[in-house]
Design a protein around this ligand. Structure first.
Ligand SMILES: [Zn+2]
Length: 637
């Protein structure tokens, strides 16, 4: 018996096959950049170069890679001014609408950003590009299927939504997802999880899916999603030939290995960049390349991947590649101006270099501090106007430091002492008290007492601390309790809410550490600078740098910044915090008059005062006498 097939069945099968074929039809054999050259017209008022679109060479591969059947994910980490949105993203969108229609979702950080993108970038593209105009009805009423957030066309739609909208991200399955400015996405949307994940999930049922992630970095190193994405990609960089020696190289602000700065310039006597001296130092011949060769270099460049086997295609671009106009001198000027301003430097690194910023404190190392210890000419050098002390209570000892303060809260470490013993017992406190009654000798010959003392009550010996300060509050010896709550002021209000009814100050520890870390990075003496004497021990320097600030996500709290210990001991840092609190406990008037106090301290003492002090105390460190010069009491309470 043979199997025969009914002719109708054969015909049915043929029809099914045809349909299947059609749905698997490969996309047209034309690249995104070709489509853009043939069809895109840039409208007046939307671009610096209106007229037929002509891509930069570096933009070509960034858009064409999307039609590579082997590539499903593309990561673009970039600076501003490299034509990403208008050239790369919009051409991809236009290509799909015109030649390979399908549902597309574009995600901006917020719904407002998405509407804005629709209005300022998509609508003008459609209006100035006849091929797109023919496919999308121009009316902007909701019924026409064309709103700021939704563009319908035969065979698909473009939906614009925000990473802050769980509902918007969840709606439709789409084969193409364009995720823009991902470093600005929230880490969690509506308690439903990571918007980047939710959006990417939309493509799950499409084997030929495409996900494009693009962003200028906006998060610190280690927390930036665009940087993480780029590092996991094949890491393509655009190599351009040196016009002097021909060597192909990526344009880098700073060489990652040698740390050599590649953009060179000369400053005039006033510290301003001389524009005619600005150039790019070739990594091959070390010659200086003038920016007038930039365009020809860009035209002859090519993308080279560091890890060619990886599945994700990654691109990195900085503003040195910025086409159309000369920009290097502006970059040099911006860089020079940003050197003394962390916020501007951060903006430069993110926006111009397309790189991430290392959080303050991350790079602070003990040897950086060792390099700047100095020899004081006396116990107290010129500049100091008053002294404070801080006491840290450990289980087996008390640690104390004395700090001097001058104009602009410039500060000097004046003395450090440890008293060993059980802080639950009286004797170790008596030793501390004797030390705190010391006067210290200014280079002028004057003697300065300690104006205020802060004692930490947070450890295991709270009662002992309260007992100690109770009878010494009139000498401005105060108890404190640390709070690591974000944004807490350094010296908060005090309460008497404790069994000894002592003044208990709340100290915003993290806020104080922010200030201390940024001050430790001030390169030269002046306001805020922290002076360290040559007798400072390595251990103390290590402890000063014993914590780093991290930013992390906490469920229910969002992004939080917190300090984590990188060493087990950190008393020195705590003592700096308490010292700052002790200064502020003297009141804003005292802080404002630090310069005046410093000037007075530097005047030669009157002879009587000196001789009196001498009689009473030949060795100020060993003495318990409390006399204080007249001026230091003026701002009292
Ligand atoms: Zn060269």
């Amino acid at each position: 018996m043979s199997i025969s097939t009914h002719p109708t069945a054969v015909e049915n099968f043929r029809q099914v096959l045809t349909r299947v074929w059609k749905s698997f039809a490969p996309p047209p054999d034309i690249l995104v950049s070709d489509w853009a050259r043939r069809n895109r017209v840039l409208g007046k008022g939307t671009t610096a170069r209106p007229g037929p679109f002509r891509p930069e060479k570096f933009q070509v591969e960034m858009m064409d890679v999307i039609t590579d059947p082997n590539v499903h994910e593309i990561v673009i980490m970039k600076s501003t001014q490299v034509g990403y949105s208008d050239a790369v993203l919009n051409n991809i969108i236009g290509y799909y609408i015109d030649l390979d229609p399908k549902p597309i979702m574009m995600v901006q950080p917020t719904i407002d950003n998405a509407k804005d993108y629709g209005k300022k970038r998509i609508t003008p593209m459609i209006e100035s590009t006849p091929a797109l105009q023919a496919k999308i009805r121009t009316a902007t009423s909701r019924r026409s299927g064309n709103t700021l957030a939704l563009k319908e066309f035969p065979g698909g739609f473009l939906k614009l939504t925000g990473a802050n909208s769980g509902a918007g991200l969840r709606s439709d399955p789409v084969p193409v997802v364009l995720l823009d400015e991902i470093d600005e996405y929230p880490l969690d949307v509506d308690g439903q999880g990571d918007p980047l994940e939710i959006a990417s999930r939309r493509t799950d049922q499409f084997p030929d899916f495409k996900i494009v992630k693009g962003s200028t970095p906006a998060k610190p190193k280690g927390l930036s999603r665009i940087e993480k994405g780029f590092l996991e990609s094949d890491q393509r960089r655009f190599h351009v030939p040196c016009p002097l020696c021909g060597m192909m190289q990526p344009l880098a602000w700073r060489d990652p290995e040698s740390k050599v700065y590649r953009l060179v310039y000369t400053l005039d006597a006033g510290g301003e960049v001389l524009p005619e001296t600005v150039g790019y130092r070739c990594a091959g011949c070390n010659g200086t390349i003038s920016e007038r060769y930039k365009q020809q270099m860009l035209d002859a460049g090519q993308w080279i991947a560091k890890f060619p086997g990886r599945v994700v295609a990654g691109f990195h671009l900085n503003a040195l590649y910025s086409p159309w106009r000369e920009i290097w001198a502006d970059l040099a000027k911006e860089w020079v101006a940003a050197q003394r301003d962390n916020e501007r430097l951060k903006a430069f690194i993110n926006l111009r270099l397309g790189e991430t910023w290392e959080e303050q404190g991350f790079s602070l190392e003990p040897h950086h501090l060792r390099a700047r210890v100095e020899k004081y000419p006396a116990e107290i050098p010129n500049g100091v106007g008053l002294l404070t002390a801080a006491v840290d209570v450990q289980d087996d000892r008390l640690e104390l430091v004395v700090k001097g303060w001058g104009a602009g809260e410039e500060s000097w470490l004046i003395a450090g002492e440890q008293f060993f013993g059980d802080p639950g017992r009286e004797d170790v406190w008596m030793q501390a008290d004797e030390f705190l009654r010391n006067e210290f000798t200014h280079v002028s010959g004057r003697k300065l007492p300690i104006a205020a003392v802060m004692v930490d009550s947070g450890g295991h010996h709270t009662d002992s601390v309260y007992r100690f300060v109770k009878v010494r509050q009139s000498r401005r010896v105060f108890a404190l309790r640390g709070s690591s709550e974000a944004g807490k002021e350094i010296l908060g209000k005090f309460s008497f809410n404790n069994q000894y009814r002592v003044k208990l100050f709340t100290v915003g520890v993290d806020t104080a550490k922010d200030r201390i870390f940024s001050r430790l990075q001030i390169p030269a003496p002046g306001a805020g600078y922290i002076h360290l004497p040559d007798w400072t021990e390595d251990e103390y320097l290590a402890q000063l740098t014993s914590e780093k600030r991290i930013t992390r996500y906490k469920r229910g709290k969002g992004m939080v910044r917190e300090y984590v210990k990188t060493r087990t001991r950190n008393e020195a840092l705590d003592l700096e915090v308490y010292s700052l609190a002790a200064l502020y406990a003297l009141g804003p008037m005292a802080v404002r008059r630090l310069k005046e106090f410093a000037e007075e301290a530097n005047e030669a003492p009157d002879p009587e005062e000196v001789s009196e002090t001498k009689k009473a105390s030949p060795d100020p460190r060993g003495s318990a006498q409390r006399g204080s010069s007249s001026w230091v009491n003026r701002w009292k309470d």
